[in-house]
Design a protein. Sequence first.
Length: 368
Amino acid sequence: MKSKKLIVLAAILLLSLACSLLGPANTTDPSANLAATQNALQLTQIAIESQQSGGNNEQPPSNNNSSDPPAPTAQVVPQAPPAAVTRATGFGPAQPWGAGGGCHKACHFADVNGDGFDDFIAEDNDGIYVLLSTGSGFAPYQKWSGGGCQKACHFADVTGDGKADFIAEDNNGIFVMPSTGSGFAAHEPWGEGGGCNKACHFADVTGDRKADFIAEDNDGIYVLPSTGSGFGAAQPWGKGGGCQKACHFSDVTGDGIADFIAEDNNGIFVLRSNGSGFGPAEPWGEGGGCHRACHFADVTGDGKVDWIAEDNDGIYVLPSTGSGFPAYEPWGKGGGCQKACHFADVTGDGIADFIAEDNNGIFVLVAQ
């Protein structure tokens, strides 16, 4: 538009010039005046034609009704739907993972070297032996500590480095031998006194990835949070005398914090941990518990610990929904284990497997 105005002005100036040439001063040469006027008109016509032919650099306005084909648009490629989340629904066949009759005192399973596989820990008369899991079997045994425990031995990660430590419950207190990944370091006093009136437990009830000391006493449940180098002061987290049959501490809700599970005569009750205490008791399972023993481990692989009932006719699993144990599923036939049943992730896939401690060795039934 601006260039068009300039052309019009130029035309007016040229016409004015032509008119001035036609004025009285030039009346003596009419042919010259006529030629000047024709030249001015010719220059104006050339300027107008130059503008119409695109001689300037301005682009014409776009025409939405142009017959030019539209620019190609990006093609939307349909995405495949996300894969369905599957869970384990049973145990595979028994596989021999260790010869012999198990352990002289007790067998434990925990990840003591931090590689993601739960290892076999044999508590024997002359010390603690570790058989590291390879994911398909146990390596030869290695002596990691001598002595044992006066009351009970526990294995849990109280230092928060991803490796289960050796916790000795003795007559004069709680001693911790941190795992180095290839052995247990010297014992450190982490708690004075004789332990617990009823039972001692170790689980992360505060949610900081360090297992805390949980004392099951006559007048209730006390928690001594782990600082990574010791246990803090005892805090009352639950009134009463604990549980009628047994107390357990595992994350059944899937929030990363171990909850309080009371195995009572009339069923299973869960008291959710909020990181600083336990909530009210919620009925999660009816009946009197289990014929032989109750276990709690995530055998389905969904991040929530399930209820495993070791009964006379086999192993039954009641998967956790995060708010209850709705129904049992038969996962193993027979009467369980000759010595003891354990549930731990020895294959490293994030799902707890069934470990049968029998008279002639250790057998693993992989959850699948």
